[in-house]
Design a protein around this ligand. Structure first.
Ligand code: GDP
Ligand code: MG
Ligand code: ZN
Length: 310
């Protein structure tokens, strides 16, 4: 490597396998970068140190410490979605019906990462389907989650007006189950997203036009000031093998006043006798659906043979 080339700070703006796009802080623009040696774990939102290796090309030499990272994992491996984000937006809808379990998984992962979440309930124009999820959205609101209601395929200016204040001056990680309308929303917020996506596809040689990579967009001033949006590929599962049972319990805000009140201090709040959380659920003070889903997630995390810890 040409040691004469100075190291520069840059922001990772796209990732596909071990290929990245990075934006040098000093010059702007985008370079294609590969990570050197074993440092293959950079992700979108990372601040990295790069060295230019040729026209439009660079290597990533090191990754700056992250203030947070969002990842999903199964028992074999974990996958970084993004780092250094201010908030997560979960796009969901009534048609097809969103998976509340998937939502809870995302909420838990974000909570453990210390990143606030808002829900973006899309397709409100589908009146009946939207009415069917209203009670579940209210349950989320009752826990303090902001819920925005939009029709991404409807009026762009209305969508922008609804989300502007929440997006401004922040980096938002947008996630969603396939079919919820995330791509439609991204296109509403970033008018040239498709064009840019095609350019990235070519640059990273992914050979596809679908969003199989994660990508950071700067939102146009007209949409929101000083705002960035990280778009992720849609997914159907969200593994949380990296979370412990105790982390899951702490990720449930409605459990908080009860923790420490169970008979056993290592209570996992499933079937143990004298469980204050279960008692509160039976008394109708905790949403039974969330309690049941929590139990399922704890089960899964306790039965994972080994947990990849980042
Ligand atoms: N009725 C309605 N359909 C929508 C809306 N937003 C997206 N869709 C449709 O939902 C389907 C999935 O949208 P897409 O953006 O590809 O979802 P993604 O898989 O989450 O990226 C498409 O047929 C969209 O046209 C909306 O606000 N209202
Ligand atoms: Mg999509
Ligand atoms: Zn308990």
């Amino acid at each position: 490597m040409p040691a004469l080339v100075a190291a520069e700070p840059a922001l990772v703006t796209a990732s596909y396998g071990r290929h990245y796009l990075v934006r040098p802080a000093q010059t702007g623009g985008e370079l294609i970068a590969v990570s050197r040696g074993k440092r293959t774990d950079a992700c979108v939102g990372d601040v990295v140190s790069i060295r230019r290796t040729g026209e439009g090309q660079a290597v990533i030499e090191s990754i700056s410490p992250r203030r947070n990272q969002i990842l999903r994992s199964d028992q074999w491996r974990s996958k970084l979605l993004a780092a250094n984000v201010d908030q997560v937006g979960v796009v969901l809808a009534g048609d097809p019906p969103f998976s509340e379990e998937l939502l809870l998984r995302i909420l838990c992962a974000a909570s453990v990462a210390g990143v606030p979440v808002a829900l973006i309930a899309n397709k409100i124009d589908l009146g009946e389907a939207h009415a069917a999820i209203r009670a579940r959205l209210d349950a989320c609101r009752a826990l303090g989650l902001p819920v925005f209601e939009i029709a991404a395929r409807g009026s762009a200016s209305r969508v922008r007006d609804t989300l502007r204040g929440w997006l401004e001056r922040r980096t938002t990680l947008l996630v969603g189950q396939s079919g919820m309308g995330k791509s439609t929303l991204v296109n509403t917020l970033v008018p040239d997203a498709d064009l840019r996506t095609q350019a990235i596809s070519t640059a990273l040689a992914t050979g596809r036009h679908t969003t199989t990579f994660t990508r950071l967009f700067d939102l146009p001033e007209a949409v929101a000031t000083d705002a960035r949006l990280i778009d992720t590929p849609g997914f159907q599962t969200f593994g949380i093998a990296h979370l412990s049972a105790s982390q899951l319990a702490h990720a449930m805000p409605e459990f908080a006043p009860l923790l420490g009140r169970c008979r056993f201090n290592d209570c996992t709040h499933r079937g143990e006798p004298g469980c204050a959380v279960r008692a509160a659920t039976e008394a109708g003070n905790i949403d039974a659906r969330r309690f049941q889903l929590y139990g399922r997630l704890v089960e899964e995390t306790l039965s994972a043979p080994s947990r990849p810890r980042p």
